[in-house]
Design a protein around this ligand. Structure first.
Ligand code: AAT
Length: 280
């Protein structure tokens, strides 16, 4: 008898919002040292990485997130050579970073080796650049890694899970101070910073934490169908280059599906309620 399998993701635990996906097949289910991991094949979004019941990435819509988290900082910095990704074990951010010819080295610091191994096996279209000679995969806690590196990276990308458990310390405060120190003198960082619609307090806190440390702090948005609310925020902290002042006529053509020079300019234009969330 035909049977429908559905994955139900609680988007706001205990607050009555959930998203459901029809699943064709569960390819992997594993309790890792840090989290409950699954790779499933969904009817509409294709293969998905799920951690602790939350959709992290899908082959169908990952391009939006990975292009935006990588190309906004990398096209703002005039000559990014050394880049760090904290989290992002699926490798999508690394794939986009390595499209930039100036990049000599991209380090991925992911806490959970099982995520990297599972993505290499089941999500090759996302993880494909992890074996590139310019990429170094380091398994460890991003908080410790950032603290131990000073004045080293031109760009740091925080591609982390939501602000609970192992990722809690990756949102704001002391971590952003350590990121400031790990960046070179004209360095720039970007972090995924959740949904301003459902989590305004989180967005406000991380934005203000970044603002208290970086001379230039900006928020940009992208439309990501599988993340709660569908409209996702990213926070940029920069020592020298303003991502909203990039001369977009000088941005070279790149093989992308979401990012364009016009999108680079437009994504910083914020709806009124989001401006109010961050107090701008
Ligand atoms: N590229 C989109 C996928 C992710 S996954 C985020 C990764 O961050 C996970 O693999 C997790 O193991 C890793 N991570 C969590 N905490 C740490 C840490 N302290 N140090 C290093 N890596 C860490 C992001 C999805 C965003 C989801 C939004 N809802």
């Amino acid at each position: 008898m035909a049977m429908d399998l559905w994955l139900k993701e609680m988007q706001l635990e205990g607050e009555g919002v959930a998203m459901s996906y029809k699943i064709k097949e569960t390819l992997l289910r594993k309790q890792t040292q840090y989290q409950d991991m699954a790779i499933v094949d969904a009817e509409v979004f294709g293969r998905m990485l799920i951690l602790d019941g939350i959709v992290q990435t899908t082959v169908k819509d990952e391009f939006v997130y990975h292009e935006m988290i990588a190309h906004i900082p990398l096209f703002t910095h005039p000559n990014p050579k050394k880049v760090l990704v904290v989290g992002g074990g699926d490798g999508g951010a690394i794939r986009e970073i390595l499209k930039h010819k100036s990049v000599e080295k991209a380090v991925l610091c992911e806490i959970d080796k099982d995520v990297v191994d599972a993505c290499k096996k089941y999500l090759p279209e996302i993880s494909c650049a992890l074996d590139d000679p310019r990429c170094e995969v380091f398994i460890g806690d991003g908080i410790k890694y950032v603290k131990e590196h000073k004045n080293e990276f031109d760009v740091i990308i925080v591609d982390s899970t939501d602000p609970f458990s192992i990722a809690e310390g990756l949102f704001g405060g002391n971590f952003y101070r350590d990121i400031y120190e790990a960046l070179t003198e004209d360095g720039i960082f970007v972090a995924q910073t959740e949904t301003p619609f459902f989590l305004p307090d989180t967005v406000r806190k991380v934005f203000n934490d970044a603002k208290s440390i970086f001379p230039i702090t900006k928020l940009f948005m992208a439309a990501i169908p599988t993340y709660p609310g569908g409209y996702w925020s990213f926070t940029v902290g920069s020592k020298k280059y303003d991502p909203t002042q990039v001369d977009i006529t000088k941005i070279p053509e790149m093989d992308t599906k979401y990012y364009t020079p016009e999108v680079h300019k437009a994504c910083f234009v914020l709806p009124k309620y989001i401006k109010q969330v961050i107090g701008e």
